[in-house]
Write a protein that binds this ligand. Structure first.
Ligand code: 6R9
Length: 567
């Protein structure tokens, strides 16, 4: 029997107080995610239950019980407090998927500070703009990433502490740098967590903007109410499950459903801190007897590409429930997974700003391959006419996805950017910036984004950020960045560039520019191709028309070009 039981029944009289009750939370009381994910589980008598099974490069393993993660988060929290880190200070985490990342987030939350996880593949400039915006007090990092921090440290007067979790004592630490070893620190038993309330800030996740700099999505401790119940009903996490979320906590899936959801449910979860490899992944499932698996379409397509033969080498019979998020999950992938695993991947839809899953295929519900499913109980979702912002009540018509604001995990603002936040609402609806259709049974079908953001392998890339990096190169006069089709990543980044006089457009130039921007961008945002052109299509007011370049790449109709400059 699944946790959700019957979806239709759950829709009737749904109230978020149901989740509050299960968590013994009453309005106005203290609510601290760090405490809920550790101390509370121990108080429920599960202190000796496994919380985290971690595997790093070369098969190194570390195991933590719920009591261990309670103590570790106390210890990290105390260390930060002793440095002078206070509630609401932003503490950046810039690490691979090491245990300190997971336990660090919990420790930061326990002292009421704001956890700001940033993907460890970011280049120094990506790191700098996000830390400048947040004015982060401290950064927790590893030796392998410290060079990037050192390059920008002089530009960050607000940054007081650089904490290194794996310092080997070999190279001297510099000003503001301090070593912390979880293994060597004395575990802190007596700890008073900060009494955060529902609206106290918890996490700051950066997501790409269309025109400006990345936006810091501010979440609050009350988000737990959504994350707990969606993890329970959608991912169907049950007492004896072994849960594996493949996402990195640098992105929202890795915190909402890689830390908060599963730990607040007291489940055993495993983490593999290495890149993708079909064989390594199947081996990990087999070894840990993973039962619930939450992954992403690009990974699933990569598994499809690796073929079925390799699957036969492993015993994957532990798998009970599969879910996917981040980008469109094509129907073939759902059909394939049923064929090879005997289970369908359940697609679901949400975003950094929504904090928790909004639309989903539920356990036990009929899946229509290619559809994202239906809104979570308690979520009012629809599609709007893009001109009037009124709901379109017609089957199959394309419109803007929209939600009635007010669910617990909804972002509270964009950090230092209230204006952009306000622009996300129209006519009393929150607009995530995506287009979809709804069929007669209320299932949502994803059409595409309503802006220029590129979703490559589930990672959102702002064309603006890539264009800005390109423009910093001395040879580049203008640039326009769009997506082009790709078999595995669905779309990849492509740059069009015009050169300044005196520079030659050739392979060498492409390589030079690529190497130049590689230092500035994350590997995920790197263009797969630079095409040199003599001019870029522009509107009469001088704006580059990415839409035209995009249409050409995808072999689509170009549409209305009446505002084109040189038509
Ligand atoms: C959780 C996460 C959000 C954007 C979102 C949309 C795309 C997410 C999807 C999907 C098609 C799905 N997206 N889930 N597109 N089908 N099931 O991914 O957050 O990184 O903020 O991305 O990703 O465009 O608006 P985030």
């Amino acid at each position: 029997m699944s946790n959700i039981g019957n979806y239709e029944e759950r829709l009737k009289n749904f109230d978020w107080s149901l989740s509050e009750k299960e968590l013994d939370y009453k309005a106005g009381n203290v609510i601290n995610i760090g405490w809920y994910c550790t101390d509370r589980i121990c108080q429920m008598g599960k202190g000796s239950k496994m919380a985290l099974l971690w595997e790093g490069q070369g098969g190194v393993e570390k195991k933590f019980t719920y009591n261990d993660i309670r103590l570790a988060s106390n210890t990290i929290g105390t260390f930060l407090r002793n440095l002078g880190v206070k509630n609401e200070d932003r503490v950046c985490l810039f690490m691979d998927k090491v245990p300190e990342l997971y336990l660090g987030v919990l420790g930061i939350l326990k002292i009421g500070a704001i956890a700001q996880p940033l993907f460890s593949a970011f280049g120094e400039e990506s790191l700098l703009v996000r830390m400048e915006n947040a004015e982060s007090t401290a950064i927790i990092t590893q030796r392998k990433h410290i060079a990037k921090v050192r390059k920008i440290v002089d530009k960050m007067p607000f940054l007081k502490h650089i904490i290194v979790v794996d310092y080997d004592g070999k190279h001297p630490l510099r000003e503001r740098e301090v070593a912390f070893s979880l293994e060597e620190a004395t575990p802190v038993e007596n700890f008073e967590f900060f009494p955060t309330k529902a609206e106290s800030p918890s996490l700051l996740h950066y997501t790409s903007g269309t025109t400006g700099q990345p936006k810091g999505v501010k979440h609050v401790h009350y988000s737990l109410i959504s994350q707990y119940l969606t993890a329970k009903w959608i991912l169907d996490i049950q007492e004896n499950d072994i849960y594996w979320c493949t996402a990195d906590p640098g992105w929202v899936t890795g915190t909402s459903y890689g830390i908060i959801g599963p730990f607040s449910l007291g489940v055993t979860q495993c983490v593999l801190d290495s890149g993708f490899g079909a064989e390594a992944w199947y081996k990990f499932v087999e070894k840990n007897k993973v039962t619930v698996w939450y992954s992403a379409p690009t990974a699933i397509r990569s598994l499809m590409k690796a073929g079925e033969e390799i699957i036969k080498k492993f015993n994957l019979s532990s798998l009970r429930h599969l879910a996917s998020v981040g980008e469109p999950l094509n129907a073939e992938a759902v059909v394939w997974s049923e064929k090879v695993f005997g289970k369908q991947f359940h697609d679901n839809y949400w975003q950094t700003e929504t904090g928790s899953i909004m639309i989903s295929n539920y356990p036990g519900m009929k899946i229509k391959p290619g559809s994202m499913g239906r809104p979570f109980p308690g979520i009012t979702g629809t599609i709007l006419n893009p001109d009037t912002f009124e709901p379109i009540n017609a089957e199959g018509k394309i419109g803007l996805i929209a939600f009635k604001p007010g669910w617990p995990a909804m972002m509270r603002t964009y950090w230092n950017n209230e204006e952009t936040y306000k622009n996300k609402f129209k006519n009393g609806w929150y607009l995530p910036g995506d287009r979809a259709t709804i069929d007669r049974d209320g299932y949502f079908w994803f059409i595409g984004r309503d802006d220029d953001i590129i979703n490559t392998g589930g990672h959102l890339v702002s064309p603006f950020e890539v264009e800005s990096a390109l423009l910093e190169h001395e040879a580049v006069a203008e640039s326009a960045v769009v997506s082009k089709p790709d078999e595995v990543n669905m779309e990849v980044v492509k740059a069009f560039v015009t050169l300044k006089p005196g520079f030659t457009a050739d392979k060498d130039m492409e390589l030079t520019i690529m190497n130049f921007i590689r230092k500035k961008l994350s590997s995920l945002a790197m263009p797969q191709e630079i095409e040199f052109v003599d001019s870029l299509p522009k509107t009469r007011s001088g704006k580059i028309m990415r839409r035209i370049l995009h249409a050409k790449e995808w072999g689509e109709e170009i549409g209305d070009i009446s505002s084109l400059e040189n038509d």
